[in-house]
Ligand binder design. Structure first.
Ligand SMILES: NC(=O)c1ccc[n+]([C@@H]2O[C@H](COP(=O)([O-])OP(=O)(O)OC[C@H]3O[C@@H](n4cnc5c(N)ncnc54)[C@H](O)[C@@H]3O)[C@@H](O)[C@H]2O)c1
Length: 435
């Protein structure tokens, strides 16, 4: 396989993985970013985010000189420029593409004649056409734009780069499409070659579907609670169905957060509305999600007889377990709502040292000390390992709101806790023992 000269523009969470991954696929990679501190850190082999395996891979690529990070790149030397900048939402849900167009302008200055701009950022369908028009207007009609959406999961970014479920390459011409697909030779995954709009829509459709399963699960969990049904068993039975799948996002919680699902569902709704189409299913998904935090706050308010002056400990602060990313975290949204009603909120998360607007005392016991209630926001081993008797001894009151089903409610009830789950009688086995 031929080594290509690749420029990665924007080496944040996605760009860093892309740069390291392409270097490990034996390409000659340069990463640039407008954030000088980030460039310096990566060039020194340091990685802030909690991504298993990525730091070691970064360091080995730097050692082999397959990868370097710099504030800028020499003009004219690159075959491919990957755009990995952010596409954040504007207030109406429309993605803000200013960083993307600035990065494309930079690509136009650094690509060799006939080179290819690869959009890796999540972009609304039709963006590739707009970028090509902008490049033409800038006198670089020789360049082409190919979209290769990124589907990786935060916290498993390196694993997902090396073993993705699929690679989607969307281009206007076959030759360019093949050239970009060849960059990923060495990864064993199905490659879907398609037109650019299909590739652009593929990412939004995947995230809309994932978000929909989250909202569906939350509604089913609410119904299970009303009926006294066991949500654990309920979701296990759903995931056991091969048409649904073991890794489906089926489980209760505070709703979907993070950098992608909220902004991408809003963007898709915007994209459809701009073409006169209402996506009713997607709108319901977003609405159900929006209500989760308020429901949790209302439960705590009622259970505590008001939130004013109460101390509440929140366990799990990142937008999901296994990552340090706080962007659009539902746990932080709940903390903010509780604080707005006069509660003092403390937080603990093993991967997060500090979080905006919330006191993080640094240890689990310190977060629980004197608390009137506990909110479990993450389903994680460290939460499951928490001893309810030790928690009861530390806390002022024994009250727990467990959003994801992260604790053994029977054990916590036995330790004197009131929880948000209604507990059924255990099933008696044929031999008379309890199950
Ligand atoms: N985070 C995820 O899990 C994930 C997954 C799939 C897709 N995406 C998509 O990838 C894109 C990037 O997301 P992210 O989480 O990596 O964002 P990020 O904010 O972590 O990284 C973006 C980086 O781009 C840099 N940048 C901005 N403008 C620049 C410019 N003109 N030139 C050079 N650098 C510039 C910023 O300084 C920053 O370091 C978004 O469109 C996002 O939707 C993210």
């Amino acid at each position: 396989m031929e080594a290509e000269r690749v420029l990665v523009i924007g080496v944040g969470r996605i760009g860093a993985v892309t740069a390291v991954g392409l270097a490990h696929l034996l390409h000659d990679v340069t990463g640039v970013d407008t954030n000088a501190g980030r460039v310096e850190e990566l060039q020194a082999g340091r990685l802030r985010e909690a991504e298993p395996g990525l730091r070691a891979a970064l360091q080995s690529a730097l050692r082999l000189r397959a990868l370097r990070f710099a504030p800028g790149a020499a003009p004219g030397g690159f075959d491919f420029a990957f755009l990995c900048v952010d596409t954040p939402p504007l207030p109406g849900g429309e993605p803000d593409l200013r960083q993307l167009f600035a990065a494309a302008e930079y690509a136009a200055r650094t690509l060799r004649p006939g080179g290819t701009v690869v959009t890796r950022s999540t972009v609304p369908p039709g963006t590739g056409d707009r970028l090509e028009a902008a490049l033409r207007a800038a006198g670089r009609g020789d360049l082409g734009v190919v979209h290769v959406p990124e589907f990786l999961r935060e916290g498993r970014a390196w694993e997902d780069f090396r073993e993705p479920d699929r690679i989607v390459v969307g281009a206007r011409d076959r030759v360019r499409c093949e050239r970009v697909a060849r960059l990923f030779a060495g990864i064993s995954a199905p490659v879907y070659r398609c037109d650019r709009v299909t590739a652009e829509l593929a990412k939004y459709a995947a995230n809309a579907f994932l978000a929909t399963t989250v909202s569906f699960a939350n509604e089913m969990a609410d119904l299970a609670a009303r009926l006294g049904a066991d949500p654990e068993v309920l979701f296990e039975t759903l995931r056991a169905d091969r048409r649904i799948g073991r890794e489906a996002y089926l489980g209760p919680g505070l709703g979907f957060g993070g950098h992608c699902l909220p902004k991408d569902t809003a963007a898709l709704e915007y994209v459809a509305a701009a073409r006169g189409l209402t996506l009713h299913q997607l709108q319901a998904t977003i609405r159900v999600n929006r209500e989760r935090v308020g429901q949790a706050a209302a439960w705590l308010d009622e259970a505590l007889g008001g939130l004013e002056g109460r101390t509440i400990a929140v366990l799990g602060l990142a937008f999901k377990p296994g990552t340090d990313d706080l962007r659009e975290s539902r746990a932080l949204a709940l903390a903010e709502a509780l604080a707005l009603h006069g509660a003092e909120v403390r937080g603990y998360d093993p991967l997060v040292r500090e979080a905006p607007g919330i006191c993080c005392p640094g240890t689990l016991p310190a977060a629980l000390e004197g608390a009137d209630a506990l909110v479990v926001a993450h389903r994680a081993d460290w939460v499951r390992a928490l001893d309810p008797c030790e928690a009861a001894a530390l806390m002022a009151r024994q009250l727990v709101y467990d959003a994801p089903g992260g604790i053994d409610h029977r054990a916590w009830a036995a330790a004197g806790f009131v929880t948000n789950r209604c507990l059924r009688e255990p099933v008696a086995a044929a031999d008379g023992s309890e199950r």
